[in-house]
Design a protein around this ligand. Structure first.
Ligand SMILES: Nc1nc2c([nH]c(=O)n2[C@H]2C[C@H](O)[C@@H](COP(=O)(O)OP(=O)(O)OP(=O)(O)O)O2)c(=O)[nH]1
Length: 142
């Protein structure tokens, strides 16, 4: 049974987005230094939405409002990631006034302005997802 990973493409604004929050992984060593969407694996008994809200709370210490699912390369919103995992990604915004922290798994957070969404080395599986987020929102990725 493939593991489900959930991620959040956190934006500065859902109606008029320009900046995307990228997080640099600090672990495990095979992934350290690469950038990703904050998130992680859905736990048994948890819905995907519960999973992403929990992961963002644990990793960044903030509450998020989810926007829409990012359409995948096939039917639906499922993206292939590492090994036989699959990932689903939502656009999201943080609760107004909140500041993301690096509580777990990350050693740098960066707001990427429009046109510079590929200025960091994303995990390979995330590169097409970054483009799909940009296309969905009508923001130039690069
Ligand atoms: N969180 C996250 N994981 C991603 C992304 N892209 C991508 O290929 N992955 C891969 C990396 C990992 O193999 C897997 C997610 O594992 P994770 O380590 O973030 O999950 P977790 O926080 O629940 O950690 P653990 O319980 O396994 O320790 O999915 C992404 O954008 N965000």
């Amino acid at each position: 049974m493939p593991l489900l990973v959930v991620g959040a493409a956190i934006l500065d604004d859902l109606a008029a987005p320009t900046r995307l929050l990228a997080a640099r992984r600090s672990a495990p060593s095979s992934l350290a230094g690469m950038w990703e969407f904050p998130g992680g694996k859905v736990e048994p008994g948890e819905s995907p939405v519960e999973g992403i809200v929990r992961e963002i709370r644990e990793e960044l210490g903030v509450e998020v409002t989810l926007g829409s699912l990012v359409p995948g390369p096939g039917d639906g919103a499922v993206w292939p990631v590492h090994r036989d995992h699959t990932m689903i990604v939502w656009t999201a915004v943080m609760e107004p006034g909140s500041q993301p922290q690096m509580l777990e798994d990350h050693d740098e957070l960066r707001w990427l302005p429009a046109g510079e969404w590929h200025s960091v080395p994303w995990l390979p599986a995330d590169r097409p997802i970054v483009d799909a987020v940009a296309a969905q929102l009508g923001v130039p990725a690069q």
